[in-house]
Design a protein around this ligand. Structure first.
Ligand code: MGD
Ligand code: MGD
Ligand code: MO
Length: 567
């Protein structure tokens, strides 16, 4: 994020793009409501009527999979109507002419048949975004989970460049990232291509610094992204590139990755799987070794918020049973493999990391404790350096020439679209009551009592009528990759032909249906679009029995006491 989460409240305009705060981040959603109460204009771009869309001044209810065309059209209007911040563009950016050449074609009239948004509304949104004193973009998985995702992120950043919405408070662009510490995992270098602080593994000077500190030779090759693992197990012919062992922790690919049939085959064919988790999950059913670890209330550490803010977390209770913290398990494995790690606590690990990471060096435990949160970059240990609430101050960017780079791309349709055989689109999203692979919320009996298997498919009332199904009916959903049973939820919030499921259900597991197509740069799968068909089930009683039996059988396999409600 170029700005901080608290700044959301003071922006004059919020442009919310493929992000549903009310279900995904209720605390951030409160800030959106507060911004509105303080007079901010709200523009929401989402194919569904989300809660933010319901209270928005403008809702661009685009057709799923058309983000790039819409963003290009907004850039087109800003340029055509002379609304760009010419001084900012001249002084602080590069690539404007190339950008202009691409968006020229994307008039609102050209975009309309792709996006299904009226040219008037596109113009109105572009004018409001460009004219507001400070405009802030918030985006989420409705941008990132497409095979054309990185292009769209850059396209959104280009709108901020075009209108000078960088370098000051209450403006900018923010991916409102998912998990409490997904930003932290990336900050610490849990990525295939970098060390902590985004220092590249292919940079010789960086590699030599880490080699010296750790006293071992290190590879200069980029590693393997999570979503390439199935290919490297199932199809790789080159023995040197084939994967034989898979150490998985804090992740349940057998539920959260696309095309689960392929994932199961991968986990079964691979020689050795280690699973390290706080609960049993579907991946654990394929594991050779299970390492139980402590949960967030049972250990110390630091999380990074999506706005680059480091925050300390503290152990609240003593762990029970035969468990260890994740860092102790990693240290023990490393020691057993011949590289001793003798850390006594998380502060020692943090201090070592800081000493090798200039942009985080100033964020000491003591300072984070005193200030509550420190947003990187924070380079100096002294109390004067309180971190960086917003980036690009004075219009300075990280490119070698100090300028922000414009980017536009032609729109590409999703990889799998509707056909006569699979006439509906499926997008997979979130609901407020359950979390990701549902190990955590499913183990909370109160939440399981509110909502349990097999989950729902959101459909337009017109589609329900066409299929002659009503709320709560079990229905069969199938794609080219798999099939499942879920419940019908008719809702006016979605358009005809487009359906939505949440991805936490074990029986109604939508990743049986999703496609493994990836964005070529981020390697994120296209979870937001695939083609499906729906089939009414006549014998509802046996379908209900099937759901009950399969849920019980999964829980029995996982060693869960099925007499209790919840997982
Ligand atoms: N309760 C709960 N909270 C969670 C999670 C959870 O599982 N449960 N998961 C956490 C995680 S890991 C993450 S990453 C965040 C994600 O939080 P969000 O980013 O809000 O994620 P989604 O709900 O998947 O998708 C956001 C919106 O994208 C829209 N969308 C779909 N297709 C398109 C499109 O083509 N264009 C546009 N503009 N929008 C589109 C969907 O309708 C949806 O409303 O939530 C986090 N918070
Ligand atoms: N169809 C579809 N699929 C999706 C998405 C979508 O929108 N649609 N969203 C994707 C996104 S954005 C994300 S982030 C992923 C999330 O998917 P995952 O990362 O697989 O799911 P989580 O539920 O966040 O947690 C994974 C595991 O971590 C364990 N865990 C929790 N705390 C700890 C801990 O302290 N230590 C250890 N070792 N384990 C712990 C949990 O019990 C759980 O088994 O799903 C992705 N999959
Ligand atoms: Mo996420």
């Amino acid at each position: 994020m170029s700005m901080g989460v608290p700044e959301i409240e003071d922006a004059k305009l919020l442009f919310i793009f493929g992000y549903n705060g009310a279900d995904a981040h209720p605390i951030v959603a409160r800030r959106i409501v507060k911004a509105k109460q303080k007079g901010a204009k709200l523009i929401v771009t989402d194919p569904r009527i989300t809660e933010s869309a319901r209270i928005a001044d403008m809702h661009l209810q685009l057709k799923g999979g058309s983000n790039m065309a819409l963003i290009n059209a907004i850039g087109n209007v800003i340029i055509a109507e002379g609304l760009a911040d010419k001084k900012f563009v001249e002084d602080h950016t590069s690539g404007y002419e190339e950008y202009k050449a691409i968006v020229e074609k994307y008039t609102p009239e050209y975009a309309e048949p792709i996006c299904h948004v009226s040219p008037d509304l596109i113009r109105e949104a572009a004018r409001a975004y460009a004219k507001a004193e400070t405009s802030m973009i918030l985006y989420g998985m409705g941008v990132c989970q497409f095979a054309q995702a990185v292009d769209v992120v850059k396209g959104l950043a280009s709108l901020a460049l075009l209108t000078g919405n960088f370098g000051g408070p209450n403006m900018g662009i923010g991916p409102v990232r998912g998990q409490n510490n997904v930003q932290g995992a990336c900050d610490m270098g849990a990525l295939p291509n970098c060390y902590s602080g985004y220092q590249s593994v292919t940079d010789d000077a960086v590699r030599e610094k880490f080699e010296k500190a750790w006293g071992v030779p290190l590879s200069n090759k980029v590693g393997i992204p999570l979503t390439h693992v199935p290919h490297r197990v199932l199809e790789e012919k080159d023995e040197a590139k084939k994967i034989h062992a898979y150490y998985i922790f804090g992740e349940d690919p057998a539920q959260s990755d696309p095309d689960l049939a392929e994932i199961r085959e991968t986990l079964d064919k691979i020689d050795f799987v280690i699973m390290q988790d706080i609960f049993m999950n579907k991946t654990g059913l394929h594991a050779d070794v299970i390492l139980p670890s402590t949960s967030w209330g049972e250990h110390d550490g630091i999380y990074s918020c999506c706005d680059r803010g480091f925050q300390r977390i503290r152990k609240a209770i003593e762990p029970k049973g035969d468990v260890k913290t994740d860092w102790e398990i990693i240290s023990l494995i490393s020691t057993a493999m011949g590289y001793p790690m003798n850390y006594k606590n998380t502060q020692e690990i943090w201090d070592e990391m800081r000493s090798l990471t200039p942009s985080f060096y100033g964020a000491t435990y003591e300072k984070i404790e005193a200030l509550g949160s420190i947003q990187w970059p924070c380079r100096d240990e002294s109390m004067e350096d309180k971190g960086t609430p917003y980036l690009h101050k004075g219009g300075k960017f990280a490119h070698p020439d100090g300028r922000g780079k414009f980017f536009a791309s032609e729109w590409r349709p999703p990889c799998e679209v509707e056909s006569s055989e699979y006439p509906y689109s499926l997008s997979t999203v979130r609901e407020v009551g359950h979390y990701s692979v549902r190990t955590m919320t499913g183990n909370c009996r109160a939440l399981a009592n509110l909502e349990d298997e097999p989950g729902w498919i959101q459909m337009s009332p017109a589609d329900c009528e066409k299929l002659n199904v009503k709320e709560g009916d079990l229905i069969r959903v199938y794609s080219r990759r798999g099939s499942l049973i879920t419940r019908v939820m008719p809702t006016e919030r979605v358009k005809a032909g487009a359906t939505y499921m949440t991805y936490q259900w074990w029986i109604g597991a939508c990743n049986e249906l999703t496609t493994p197509y990836l964005d070529p740069i981020s390697n994120t799968p296209e979870s937001k679009y695939c083609a499906i068909n729906l089939e009414k089930i006549d014998d509802q009683a046996s379908a209900e029995q099937f759901v009950k039996d399969s849920y019980e059988s999964i829980r029995t396999n996982m060693g869960i006491d099925t007499a209790k409600k919840g997982v």
